[in-house]
Design a protein around this ligand. Sequence first.
Ligand code: KE4
Length: 428
Amino acid sequence: MTSRNQSLFEKSQKLIPGGVNSPVRAFRSVGGTPVFFKRGLGSKLWDEDDKQYIDYIGSWGPMILGHAHPEVINTVREVAGNSLSFGAPTARELDMAEMIQKLVPSMEQVRLVSSGTEATMSAIRVARGFTGRSKIVKFEGCYHGHADALLVKAGSGLLTFGTPSSAGVPPEVAAHTLTLNYNDIEGVKTLFNEIGDEIACIIVEAVAGNMNLVTPIKGFLETLREECTKHGAILIFDEVMTGFRVALGGAQALYNVKPDMTTLGKVIGGGLPVGAFGGRADIMQCLAPVGPVYQAGTLSGNPVAVAAGMKTLELIQAPSFHDKLSASTHKLMQGLSDAAKEAGIDFCTQSVGGMFGLYFSKTVPTSFDEIMKTDKEAFNHFFHFMLDEGIYLAPSAFEAGFVSAAHTEEDIAATIAAAKKSFAKLKA
Ligand code: KE4
């Protein structure tokens, strides 16, 4: 009997490319039919066939409180009644700017946008406008949204002039993007020794979550800071995923490295479209209408989205919120690792705050190359076995997972029990 998911997917592919509004949702990496959801509450989701799942994607990070948190929903209901948008300044945007500065002190000035992509695209433009330089540096395996300059993949080797990893990106645009290997401290030093004074900025996921989870090795972030300072380049921490997730103050608080600029998204909107970029006031003063770098947005600072974000940021400041989130995430990781060990499967895990990585490999990867050597096929089978058990993991071996404050001890236990069954099927 065709499920509603299948019939919806067949229809949606006729009107929406790949049947989805964002590629990773299409299950192309893991195969099978994507799940169409209609309702979420706390840690749970229900699909169009009324099947229940424990959700470990949380909309790719925003749902840190869990789905349909009553206080967030009530706030949205209240604010929406006063109009959905003005296209003019509101006091609430000032409240959000003050909240961001309180939680991320390096963001002396901030501008709100409507997505992480807008935030990183704008931050790059400001860095180029402030320095007068064109070259930017990113790291292979890091994803910063789909702005042209950032859809660039390295060739082989430590240093390469970028070639586009997407059609439609002119080679002339990609040529300004240099790509290094994440955690390659010597590669960073070599590049800056050679052309440091031509580099406008480095943009980096201070904890990488878009090649699966890869954490910075000791000295990596510090080296980026030192080299940027020495050569007058701007250090941008893309904390769209890590902001308010790995710690209340983000990765920069966790690792005590201060970037010149930071980009935010996801949690900051609580599930509604909010992004932000900001940093040193002298840099941000380059922005129109004060300075020569143009950037704009009809719905930037949208009152309803900002209200949802403000309520979310308020609630995650509850006493020991992040300690509890880290503890439940760690407990899940430990349980999954133990289950794999019992089954004799090469599998390991790691977590940072409320985000985690699952790896079908003997050791935790610390680089893109090591990630690419993990057993993708084993992950894909595991993903589907877990999905059958009602556990919704990221549909790709190259994504991080997310736990919310709504995940209970029972959820963690049920997930570990489902993993035991799934590992047994893998062994069979
Ligand atoms: P958005 O434009 O999707 O709001 O943000 C782009 C972005 C920027 N920076 C980082 C570190 C990010 O992780 C993202 C988006 N993350 C992906 C998950 N891997 C979003 C999911 C999707 O593309 O559908």
